[in-house]
Design a protein around this ligand. Structure first.
Ligand code: 9MR
Length: 347
């Protein structure tokens, strides 16, 4: 009788110890970055640093790599042809550096968030190339040596793997991608230069076309160091096999791999949606699988995992698609979600 009692007490003690252990790993008292062998990043809006102290605290205490969600884009940095506006980005860099964070530059050449003058630029293809060169070189040089990695070209391909019809393709021609990388390299011999895109992780046809295109450029000596898999995904990819395959394939092709804009939507169809424990768990388990796969590629190719935001409260998905969604690590009250706990465990 006594023996059974002791055994029961022992079991209860063991159980509560495990629960405590679980809870302990799930608080945000210790940092994600401290747990990882590779940089863990988030995209942030520097304007929120002064208005939202918890946001600021989480950003600087949890992460070791920083991407400005918008402040480095052409419309922000290069508002007029002969005017650069550095203040917001400078402030971002200086705050990140004072917290020993790496700053990743996003993005030099894109088809969105370009200033009006750039879209309307009138000139020959040589003049367009000169304009592109001067844009890239001025920005990359300005931030040297603090910003040592760049998304040089962003989202240049369609879903079927053909080149997207952007101002750059129209005016510079299909060589604009290799030229952009060459100019970035001229401006910074030591920077890591990335091609960044969405859908590469879930659309094998697009990924294979992009890899074939970039491999061909690399063979010609174009300096492309890595590929950013943006990873705006959702819980219907629960078995993760496609995503794992994408991570391995990009690494096997010899590129550094940046999971560059991670978020996992719970409500991709944008219906009326009630947040529930099952979906939060599915989100957490998917994250766990992705991190396990990422840890399997060689350490020197693990550029890092960057989340596209910190708290669900400010996710771009809510504002862009006007839907309720919960794609990030912290909830609206800044509490760590199951995805945060699973990420921490997987690191
Ligand atoms: O999160 C960014 C949002 O605040 C901007 O309004 C939007 C403009 O298109 O860009 C968002 O970030 C995008 C990133 O720069 C490139 N990949 C897709 C991201 C989400 O749209």
């Amino acid at each position: 009788m006594f023996r059974t009692c002791f055994m029961l007490i022992g079991l209860i003690a063991l159980f509560s110890c495990c629960v405590k252990q679980e809870l302990k790993t799930c608080t945000s008292d210790s940092s994600l970055a401290g747990q990882a062998d590779f940089p863990i990043g988030a995209a942030a809006d520097p304007l929120l640093f002064s208005s939202d102290s918890i946001y600021r605290h989480l950003f600087f205490s949890q992460f070791s790599s920083a991407t400005a969600e918008n402040s480095f884009k052409p419309a922000y940095l290069h508002p007029e042809e002969n005017t650069y506006q550095w203040n917001e980005a400078d402030e971002f860099v200086s705050q990140c550096r004072s917290h020993q964070m790496r700053v990743h530059g996003h993005t030099l050449i894109w088809h969105q968030q370009n200033p009006q003058w750039m879209n309307a630029f009138a000139g020959s293809s040589e003049q367009w190339e000169q304009m592109m060169k001067s844009h890239i070189v001025s920005i990359v040089r300005y931030f040297r040596p603090t910003v040592l990695s760049w998304d040089v070209v962003n989202e240049a391909f369609n879903e079927d793997g053909s080149l997207r019809n952007t101002i750059w393709l129209q005016h510079v021609g299909s060589s604009y991608i290799e030229k952009a990388f060459m100019f970035a390299r001229q401006a910074s011999p030591e920077a890591k230069l990335f091609y960044n895109d969405y859908g590469l992780e879930t659309n094998p046809a697009k990924r294979k076309a992009v890899l074939a295109f970039l491999n061909h450029l690399r063979l010609k000596g174009v300096p492309i160091d890595g590929i950013g898999l943006q990873m705006h995904i959702d819980i219907k990819y629960a078995d993760a096999s496609m995503i794992e395959e994408a991570i391995y394939e990009v690494a096997q092709n010899g590129y550094d791999v940046h999971l560059s804009e991670v978020d996992i939507s719970l409500n991709p169809r944008g219906k009326d949606y009630l947040l529930n424990a099952k979906d939060l768990q599915a989100q957490a388990e998917l994250m766990h699988k992705i991190v396990r796969a990422y840890r399997n590629i060689p350490l020197h190719q693990q550029f890092g995992i960057t989340f596209w935001g910190i708290s669900d409260r400010y996710s771009w998905i809510r504002t862009t698609y006007n839907r309720s969604d919960y794609p990030l690590l912290f909830d609206d009250q800044y509490q760590p979600k199951p995805i945060y706990c699973q990420l921490k465990q997987a690191l």
